[in-house]
Design a protein around this ligand. Structure first.
Ligand code: GAF
Length: 387
């Protein structure tokens, strides 16, 4: 059964009636530009063909109820008491902070409306670093924006999703994932300036170039609400403060020698990753425009080396995925997303997809890692109404 049908069916089981509508939003693959978003920098993600569907209907009272195919029980709250709900401590209900957080953030932004029932189903792999969370946020925000007549544009809805993630879920993330999920376009990546939120669609032309993006899900679970992600963010803020700039976005590679003299080695390497990664995003956009997808492989691989050596957010499984894909002929490869697990991507010849996937699987087996899940992705559409 498709995820859309599963959401529609779950809604009927929950309420005994048909939903008022079905909305969906995709996950994202980040082509390049990692941890640059919360440094006011540049990113270049694209929307996945995998989507999350929300079948939604209005209620006659002021309550909100969310159900999903991946949870045993629905979670329910009064619209006026939503903020008392966060953080959700019961592990089995933690997922509900995403849709409930979106409703809460929309109400804070001035939306108003009656209660709603929401049934969610998804085919975005969870924990794979493809931002299944932004997909839930995007589908829910699109639905409530319409049903509550809030009239917010896609960029504003991305900010609603980010607020839910930061304040209701408690993950200190940037805006990249929500923007990619709301604004993605088929066969294009989204070149986003995370300071101005100005976004441009950059055609990828993968199929014309005979290339494919292979996602390699290492199956190493990751979370952004704790630990390493938060620490990296703090190091970036420290580096910017030492350099006397509002954000690391305001530094260029010419500033790095001065930075090196002013801060400890770890902070300097965190800063160097962000500064060089911003430059790599700009270089990738230029290469795509001037020469096409075949020209970006080395930039992807350089991005991975920077995350592995300077930002230190890779894990052995991600390094193995990248190296074995390159050894098998990939034009470039890098981990994608927040790191500490999740997925890598490899830019490969279309007809070499099975051979590269096999080579990566063999390298994982030889290293004693659990088998990875590799699949080719093309870029899909952003959030939309489906029914
Ligand atoms: C996660 C976060 F949610 C994004 O905001 C971004 O910081 C990314 O990690 C790293 O580039 O996906």
């Amino acid at each position: 059964m498709s995820a859309q049908d599963a959401a529609t069916r779950l809604f009927r089981e929950l309420t005994g009636r048909d939903a008022d509508g079905v909305w969906s939003a995709p996950g994202r693959v980040n082509l390049i530009g990692e941890h640059t978003d919360y440094n006011d920098g540049f990113v270049l993600p694209f929307a996945t063909p995998h989507r999350t569907y929300a079948a939604v209907g209005m209620r006659d009272d002021e309550r909100i109820r969310v159900a999903s195919t991946f949870a045993e029980e629905p979670v329910e709250a009064g619209l006026s008491e939503l903020e008392l709900t966060f953080p959700i401590s019961a592990e089995q209900d933690a997922w509900a902070a995403y849709p409930l957080g979106v409703a809460w953030a929309l109400l804070l932004a001035g939306a108003s409306g009656r209660g709603v029932d929401i049934a969610i189903a998804s085919d975005v792999p969870v924990g794979a670093g493809l931002s299944s969370s932004a997909a839930i946020e995007g589908a829910t925000a699109s639905a409530l924006n319409e049903l509550w007549g809030a009239g917010l544009d896609r960029t504003a809805l991305a900010s609603i999703g980010r607020r839910a993630e930061n304040e209701a879920v408690g993950a200190p993330t940037g805006i990249m994932d929500q923007m990619a999920s709301m604004l993605g376009e088929a066969d294009a990546a989204l070149f986003l300036d995370c300071r101005s939120l100005e976004a441009q669609s950059i055609p990828l032309g993968m199929a014309e170039a005979g290339l494919a993006v292979l996602v390699i899900d290492t199956r190493v679970a990751h979370a952004h609400s704790t630990g390493g992600y938060r620490e990296r963010r703090a190091s970036c803020e420290k580096g910017a403060a030492i350099m006397g700039v509002p954000a690391l976005r305001d530094l260029s590679t010419a500033d790095l020698p001065r930075a090196d003299g002013l801060m400890d080695d770890i902070t300097f390497r965190r800063v160097r990753h962000i500064v060089t990664e911003n430059q790599r995003v700009l270089d990738t956009v230029r290469a795509l425009r001037e020469h096409g997808a075949r020209a970006i492989g080395d930039l992807l691989t350089a991005s991975h080396a920077s995350m592995r050596d300077d930002f230190e957010i890779s894990v052995p499984e991600l390094d193995t995925a990248v190296q074995s894909a390159l050894d098998a002929g990939a034009l470039g490869a890098r981990m994608t997303g927040g790191g500490f697990g999740g997925a890598a991507i490899a830019l490969v010849e279309q007809d070499a997809v099975p051979a590269v996937a096999d080579a990566v699987a063999a390298a994982f087996a030889a290293a004693g890692f659990a088998a990875p899940n590799a699949f080719a992705v093309s870029s899909g559409d952003g959030a939309r109404r489906d029914g």
